[in-house]
Design a binder for this molecule. Structure first.
Ligand code: AMP
Length: 232
């Protein structure tokens, strides 16, 4: 089994991926995390990737595909795994199918409006030591600017500045959003509204994975979100 979380930066893929990891026992594989680790370790790959990441651009397909190929070959991925942030291009999706085809897969699209993404990402703070993620307005630490888990001072990711965030969203719309149609054509795409409380979104994802109940399809989930945005 393979669960692919598809969504714009700030849509909540990491949060939902963590919850799914606990629920399913499948490891969450975040290509962003793998790349940031390589950057911190100053590996040759990390040094090359960093220049793209700080500008909000995608790292080359070959580099990211190599990371994923190595990671999914590990023993803990044998039964299943969760992909967060990969694939991000059609070429990556095709590479994934070629490197690990035949595995049942479901693609969960987490849908969030652009203005909300910008707000969330501008407020995101991370712990440089344990990588815990906070948000200054909706998920703030007990002591402002200090990690609850390990006491280190929180920082902003270098690609969470307003200018780079806008670039990342534009890159998502141009290069990653077409994957929705790609997976719709394979009948593997389901959308959830990513704007409610975390637990509600997790419950919607759980319903999809447990077998979609009557009346809830990819398209109705998206329609529901649109309806809720309309003035009453
Ligand atoms: P994320 O943490 O998923 O937002 O990723 C942070 C950055 O890592 C992105 O803006 C890209 O520069 C890079 N990155 C992560 N995943 C990929 C991918 N699948 N393909 C290309 N670049 C990626």
């Amino acid at each position: 089994m393979r669960i692919i979380l598809l969504g714009a930066p700030g849509s909540g893929k990491g949060t939902q991926g963590d919850l799914l990891e606990k629920r399913t026992g499948f490891p969450r594989i975040s290509t962003g995390d793998l790349l940031r680790l390589a950057v911190r370790r100053k590996t040759p790959l990390g040094l090359r990737a960093e220049a793209f990441m700080v500008q909000g651009l995608l790292v080359s397909d070959e580099v990211v595909e190599g990371l994923v190929r190595e990671r999914i070959a590990e023993a803990d991925c044998r039964v299943g795994y969760i992909l967060d942030g990969f694939p991000r291009t059609i070429a990556q999706a095709e590479a994934l199918a070629a490197m690990d085809g035949g595995r049942p897969e479901i693609v969960i699209g987490i849908e969030v409006d652009s203005e909300i993404l910008i707000e969330r990402l501008c407020g995101r703070r991370v712990c440089p030591a344990c990588q815990a993620v906070y948000n200054v307005s909706v998920q703030s630490p007990a002591r402002p600017g200090v990690c609850d888990a390990c006491g280190r001072g929180l920082v902003q990711r270098p690609d969470d500045t307003a200018e780079v965030i806008r670039k990342r969203i534009a890159v998502y719309l141009e290069q990653t959003a077409p994957l929705k149609d790609y997976y719709r054509r394979k009948n593997e795409f389901r959308a959830v509204d990513g704007q409610g409380p975390t637990e509600e979104i997790a419950a919607a994802i759980a319903r999809i994975l447990d077998g979609t109940p009557a009346g809830t399809t990819a398209e109705t989930a998206e329609d529901g979100r649109k309806d809720r945005r309309s003035p009453a």
